[in-house]
Design a protein around this ligand. Structure first.
Ligand SMILES: Nc1nc2c([nH]c(=O)n2[C@@H]2O[C@H](COP(=O)(O)OP(=O)(O)OP(=O)(O)O)[C@@H](O)[C@H]2O)c(=O)[nH]1
Length: 137
């Protein structure tokens, strides 16, 4: 059974999206991804996302629209990622897990990108009719 993960793609007023780096001590520490985490028992994707973004970034999201789902096999786990777009929240962003966060546009400047996160950049590129590489290897 895959582990379900809720992931938020937050957009600011200029259409930039927020990427965060995985904190030390986690698998793939230092890799860039979108904020989120595993669903706890009984939680919906939206509930898990609301909790994770509160815990990690100190914000309270309005509603989240489910955007894409992706199944990915890592050596350590099989995960089903539920990516949601988030356009509104309350509170100021604060990094509660000593992670770094950067507002990005395509092509993204941050690297390295977590493997399971690369498809998101491709979906954004499709939506924005962006051509060329979305990130540096
Ligand atoms: N948050 C997040 N996780 C992702 C993304 N892409 C991706 O493959 N993952 C994977 O999904 C899983 C999420 O787990 P996590 O470690 O972030 O979740 P968590 O905060 O609940 O973990 P914990 O068990 O350390 O508390 C990891 O296996 C991670 O590698 C992404 O864009 N964002």
């Amino acid at each position: 059974m895959p582990v379900d993960v809720a992931v938020g793609v937050l957009f600011d007023a200029q259409g930039r999206f927020l990427m965060t780096s995985r904190p030390d001590g986690k698998v793939y520490a230092g890799y860039w991804e979108f904020p989120g985490g595993k669903l706890e028992a009984g939680e919906t994707v939206e509930q898990a996302l609301r909790r994770e973004l509160q815990e990690e970034l100190g914000i309270c999201i309005a509603d989240a629209q489910l955007w894409k789902t992706e199944l990915i096999d890592y050596p350590h786990a099989r995960v089903r990622l539920h990516f949601c777009k988030v356009h509104a929240w309350s509170g100021e962003l604060e990094m509660r897990e000593r992670q770094a966060a950067r507002w990005q546009m395509l092509p993204v400047e941050v690297r390295p990108i977590l493997p399971g996160t690369v498809p998101v950049l491709n979906w954004l590129a499709e939506e924005q009719a962006f051509s060329g590489s979305t990130h540096a290897d």
